[in-house]
Design a protein around this ligand. Sequence first.
Ligand code: NAD
Ligand code: UDX
Length: 463
Amino acid sequence: MEVKTICCIGAGYVGGPTMAVIAEKCPHIKVTVVDLNEKRIAAWNDENLDNIPVYEPGLAAVVGAARGRNLFFSTEVDKAIDEADMIFISVNTPTKTYGVGKGMAADLKYIELCARQIARVAKTDKIVVEKSTLPVRTASAIKDILDHTGNGVNFQILSNPEFLAEGTAVADLHNPDRVLIGGDTTPEGQKAIQALADIYANWVSKDRILTTNVWSSELSKLTANAFLAQRVSSINAMSELCEKTGADVNEVAKAIGMDSRIGPKFLKSSVGFGGSCFQKDILNLVYIAKSYGLNEVADYWEQVIIMNDHQKRRFAKNIISTLYNTVSGKKITFLGWAFKKDTNDTRESAAIYVADDLLSEQAHIAVYDPKVEEEQVYADLNYLETRSEQENKSGVAVHTNPYEACKDSHAIAVLTEWDEFKTYDWQKIYDSMLKPAFVFDGRNLLDKNQLEKIGFVYQSIGS
Ligand code: NAD
Ligand code: UDX
């Protein structure tokens, strides 16, 4: 079967870039990305490509080349479902905030709504592709809904998890380590797998397109994120030991990373991992393990989250204790709010939690991030419900100029590893600050020797 029309439900950080690249690489396929969020769709359609809702290096050019040709963004969900041969579900699957599994399980209500909508609208056979990250065995629930409430049409369900990382989404999509497609072992299932593999084969070499059964594919996504996050928590655990012993975590990371069995990537010690995926997916994994009575398995993975929470908290604690045990009324400047560089995404960013701890100690926080909007900073803090919106507003100032943000502050905390921070005139910043002028580098980004020569008291992670 040759796919001519694709619909993707969910125009977020995954749906938008993924479909833009499919449209770019497959001009013969019409790709429509739909979302209920009208503002988001309007932004994807904005004439000025600087205003598309997801910031990713290279994305504006890809969208610009395909949009209006074979890439469309729309709020007409039913119409796009009806027209499509293949439907990707790329909606959010956040941690549940209510009921059974609250704080742990993935909330699948948006997935179920999509399945019911597809069942209601579809009049011709469809391949439904799970692009969202889902608990293992979700495909069987989707199939149940489609088969029992549909119009008698045939559905094939595939799992095709997305492995892109934000900040490098376009490069990851152009050149993926692998594409994973899980499907039924029946002949119809294999045909559906082939139809999706044929799409990727337009730009991905065949040896990188891996096919498995549905359950392996679903579980591989949770496993990959758990392993990646575990590496960060492992090196962060060592960072605290380095600080006590005179070892330097960068040197330790280099030394172990040269062992080809360990490898050098993902060993950067930091103020803690953030992002919309790692915590959510590990909590989900922990919940699934518990639901099968596998308590040791659950505890093992939960430790990755416990370590990460500790790393964020101890960063804030260290700022307070170094500033003579009080930050009350002191101005502390945050360089960076996004959860990593080259993205405007702030979900679960360590900066939010560090700010929350410092605000509880009555610090005044000045934030500068090259890509994060002021309203997002307040929304992130308000979401925690630690204090009133008014209190967050009066405790935090968001700046558009980094030098203004740093002026008259007691300390600077680097929360995101934006490259531009390295290029600042640090002498000028030092001159404008209160003395002693402190830098707490949560990303081990800046040049310690240079800063100390200027006169800063510089503290990094893990040395
Ligand atoms: P997102 O919140 O940025 O986007 C999801 C979009 O789906 C939202 O715009 C929302 O309005 C829309 N939506 C929800 N229900 C809908 C419905 N019924 N009909 C139409 N639109 C609907 O989320 P995201 O970051 O793109 O993540 C999507 C999925 O991909 C999640 O399962 C996530 O775990 C997974 N994932 C994310 C990343 C990442 O880097 N962000 C990477 C790999 C996998
Ligand atoms: C992650 C996975 O990498 C990706 O494959 C999956 O599809 C989605 O989740 P993402 O969260 O976008 O991607 O970014 P990632 O590069 O994995 O970084 C996650 C967090 O870990 C960031 O806060 C980052 O700063 C932190 N990190 C990463 C470290 O602190 N040290 C490292 O060595 C690597």
